[in-house]
Design a binder for this molecule. Structure first.
Ligand SMILES: Cc1ncc(C[n+]2csc(CCOP(=O)(O)OP(=O)(O)O)c2C)c(N)n1
Length: 639
């Protein structure tokens, strides 16, 4: 406890000297970080927050590495890409927070699920402040942990304030621990300023979780003695409250206890302190002496995704005619056979087989441990997928409808997408996205929301239009250790059939397929719109067009696009999504920038109306780009 205290005191000085950026103080809360970490085994994961320096020091991370991290230097954990405690390290089994606070609670669920599935008898500890408990992630994570009986210790550090917000404005129950009852979960209140109580109680609880896997909610009563971060001060905290808690200082009280019990002499105390101060100064010097990182573009770009060694599985087996939906189902099943560590999770996917029946019969073959029905909590399940990945497993998460991904949006774009770039931790998660209109399902069951994700570096976005492509690309998505959004158009599920190889095979990402070849125009599309373009070409046999089915939006096969545009000089991009900010706009811009001199006409984009997607057929038909395509194509040819 003394070590994090002394480090902090030093950091506060450096902060004033402008030598480090922000500082979030955990002074007064050390007994919790240190006590919990000491109660954990070294091979068990801890997911700390911004005030848990004691977790990092108790896991014995060399101090210079922490100091380098805070200065954004290479000996830190994020190569200068993320600040303060926003990092993880597999070497020390620590998984740091993202700024959004709540998501790591669900990540802990995933790690705990992996340890439960592997019978490791481990417990996972995750921290949050009482402010963070107001986030939906908290509720979702506790609910999932309870329904699945996952071995997680949810450690709430109730330190009185969330930034300037006192607890009475944060929640309206007496104790956060009281909520355990509502989740069907054991809970305890622990005096977070009493090191002995923290250590003994948490040790007992951790032991009992290892024996009997289950989640436990722990509320540590404590107090934040300094500002939220140093710049924000403590003016809003009444002085008498400060004074009362100052008397409960965990370091001073523990020192006094050790002295009274004749365990620690004054001489020993001084020696311990001197040794720590020496260590801090030595390591600080090392960090100061380290050069600052010089930016190299290629280094940054190369770390966004984990390198993936694509293995091509040959397609030489016999074929059978499959609908899109059967091809996806078959691919998923074969991936489950290929990867024993693959878990699929989604609403109603187990015995019921999913709303589209893609996982029908899977439970019989793979069991309910690997084919998991989930509560309705998209965030926690995406986060659990991340946790499985951290623990070395793979996850496929089924969104019941792509529209509902908005409820799991935060962990996808902020956690999964940024993890490899930030601290070299890949997110081996495929999110399956049954999407698209044309089924008279209205604004919330019809969207094709790929552009929400193609915008975000770190994600791969795949969007097949045919059974053959879907089967091979889904297999690759599972093999690829990066997060993949896999779009499956609902209107194509049962309407498109094709001869598909029976055996397992893969197809590479980033390769478009050229479905038709012609000299006069390039048509670029993906998903259901590819079939609209095919219909138009079938009805106008005189039009000589290259028809490019992108299949993969991120990575994007610009080579095939440019080659075709250079040949035809005219290009039309057809997308089902509404126009503004869709991928057609970016492809158009790239063509202008790279093929301008080969163009004989302006690039044309055809997309759906700038409205939400309406319900009744007549309105939906008017909304969709399909009806506008033929005229637009003819206009372009006549330009
Ligand atoms: C989703 C989200 N909303 C708001 C913030 C800004 N913010 C950062 S920490 C914090 C207070 C957190 O309070 P608490 O969880 O009690 O932890 P403490 O700082 O007291 O340890 C706030 C509002 C954020 N980081 N993320």
């Amino acid at each position: 406890m003394l070590k994090p205290r002394l480090i902090e005191e030093k950091m506060l000085i450096l902060l004033r000297q402008g030598k480090i950026s922000k500082w979030f103080s955990g002074i007064g809360q050390e007994a919790i970080s240190v006590g919990v970490t000491m109660a954990m085994r070294k091979d068990e994961y801890i997911l700390p927050m911004h005030r848990n320096l004691g977790v990092f020091t108790t896991r014995e991370i060399p101090l210079y590495r922490l100091f380098s991290q805070w200065q954004g230097k290479a000996n830190g954990f994020t190569k200068g890409r993320d600040r303060s405690f926003h990092f993880g390290t597999q070497d020390y089994k620590i998984v740091g927070m993202i700024s959004h606070l709540g998501p790591q609670l669900g990540v802990a669920d995933g790690i705990a699920l992996a340890s439960k599935l592997k019978n490791l008898n481990q417990v996972t500890a995750v921290f949050t402040g009482e402010g963070g408990t107001s986030e939906g992630d908290f509720h979702e994570a506790l609910n999932v942990a309870s329904v699945w009986q996952l071995p997680v210790m949810f450690c709430v550090e109730n330190n009185g304030y969330g930034l300037s917000t006192p607890t009475r404005e944060q929640y309206n129950c007496e104790h956060i621990a009281d909520r355990g009852l509502g989740y069907g979960m054991e809970s305890h209140i622990i005096d977070g300023n009493n090191a002995i109580e923290v250590y003994t109680k948490v040790s007992e609880i951790a032991d009992s979780i290892r024996e009997n896997p289950r989640p436990v909610l722990l509320e540590f009563k404590t107090f934040r003695m300094r500002g939220h971060e140093e710049a924000s001060g403590t003016k809003y905290v009444p002085q008498d409250l400060m004074d009362a808690w100052a008397k409960k200082d965990p370091v001073e009280n523990f020192q006094a206890f050790l002295r009274d019990a004749n365990i620690l002499s004054e001489r020993e105390e001084v020696a311990i302190k001197e040794a720590i101060v020496h260590e801090i100064n030595e390591h600080l010097q090392k960090a100061f002496d380290e050069e600052i990182i010089s930016p190299i573009e290629s280094v940054e770009l190369n770390d966004v995704y984990k390198p993936f060694d694509y293995q091509n599985f040959e397609v030489n087996s016999k074929t059978e005619e499959l609908r899109l939906i059967d091809a996806i189902s078959q691919s998923l099943k074969q991936s489950m056979e290929q990867h024993e560590d693959l878990v699929i999770m989604g609403q109603d996917i187990a015995e019921y087989g999913g709303v589209f029946k893609i996982t029908d019969g899977f439970v019989d073959q793979f069991g309910t441990e690997r084919v998991r029905n989930t509560p309705i909590c998209e965030s926690a399940i995406v986060e659990a997928g991340m946790g499985l990945s951290i623990a070395g497993m793979k996850a496929v998460v089924e969104m019941q409808f792509a529209d509902f991904v908005s409820s799991g949006f935060n962990p996808i774009v902020n956690y999964l997408a940024k993890s490899h770039y930030r601290w070299n931790q890949h997110a081996d998660v495929v999110v399956r996205m049954p999407c698209g209109a044309g089924v008279a399902a209205g604004p919330f069951h019809s969207q094709t929301n790929e552009a929400w994700f193609t915008k975000t570096p770190g994600l791969k976005v795949i969007y097949p239009a045919f059974p053959y492509d879907a089967k091979g690309l889904l297999a690759t998505a599972v093999n690829d250790p990066n997060p993949v959004l896999f779009f499956e158009h609902k209107a194509l599920y049962r309407s498109i059939r094709q001869e598909v190889p029976v055996d397992y095979y893969t197809l590479p990402f980033g390769k478009a397929s050229v479905l038709r070849e012609g000299e006069s125009v390039t048509i670029i599309s993906y998903g259901a719109a590819v079939h609209w373009a095919l219909e138009t070409l079938n009805a106008n046999v005189d039009i000589q067009a290259d028809l490019i089915d992108l299949r993969s939006l991120q990575p994007l096969d610009t080579e095939t696009i440019y080659e075709s545009v250079r040949k035809t000089g005219r290009v039309i991009i057809l997308q089902e999504d509404s126009l503004f900010g869709g991928i057609a706009s970016d492809i158009s811009a790239q063509i202008m920038e790279n093929c301008f001199e080969d163009l004989d006409a302006p690039v044309k984009r055809v997309a759906s109306m700038e409205t939400p997607i309406p319900f009744i057929n007549q309105l939906e038909e008017q909304y969709l780009a399909k009806g506008k395509f033929e005229n637009a194509l003819k206009e372009l040819l006549a330009y």
